[in-house]
Design a binder for this molecule. Structure first.
Ligand code: HEC
Length: 133
């Protein structure tokens, strides 16, 4: 073997394996929140956030389920009756793939429902729940 072959083989391996394990946009978003939260997420806590009736927000939107329905697999409805595609990733592969969109709607919906923004941990919990639905 010539010297360049010794150098090339490991380099190729790195390229191949990083292509195989390259993280999806969705897992990059979860990682982004994990770095901010500094802890692991819980699908169970995400489910609670999604289905609990909260105080502190607008009276007409006490829960995420007000618009997204009690099952993430269902088509939801806005306050004016426009359909909202299911939140479950198994039903909607486009979900949570664009950080700007994810941030925009967390900001808006957490304010409406909780009367405050969601924490990075809450966002990560919510996504972890939805990714497994
Ligand atoms: C007033 C109705 C309403 C309520 C209540 C609501 N949402 Fe939503 N949500 C929407 C709409 C409308 C969209 C944007 C349309 C779409 O993505 O299909 C959306 C989108 C989102 C998205 C972006 C999804 C993506 O594909 O990136 C997230 C995240 C989200 N909502 C989280 C929540 C959470 C968390 C709660 C409860 C704290 C909640 N929503 C409550 C109406 C609502």
């Amino acid at each position: 073997m010539k010297i360049y072959q010794y150098l090339l083989a490991p380099a190729l391996l790195v390229v191949i394996s990083s292509a195989a394990f390259a993280s999806s946009p969705r897992s990059q978003i979860v990682d982004f929140y994990r770095q901010q939260a500094g802890e692991d997420f819980s699908a169970e806590r995400g489910k609670q956030l999604f289905s609990t009736r909260h105080d502190g927000g607008k009276p007409e939107t006490p829960s995420c389920t007000t618009c997204h329905t009690s099952s993430p697999k269902n088509t939801g409805k806005t306050r004016v009756g426009k359909p909202i595609a299911p939140m479950a990733v198994s039903r909607n592969a486009d979900r949570y793939t664009d950080l700007k969109k994810v941030e925009k709607w967390f900001r808006r919906n957490c304010r409406s429902v909780l009367g405050r923004e969601c924490s990075p941990r809450e966002k990560g919990d919510f996504l972890t729940f939805m990714i497994n639905q």
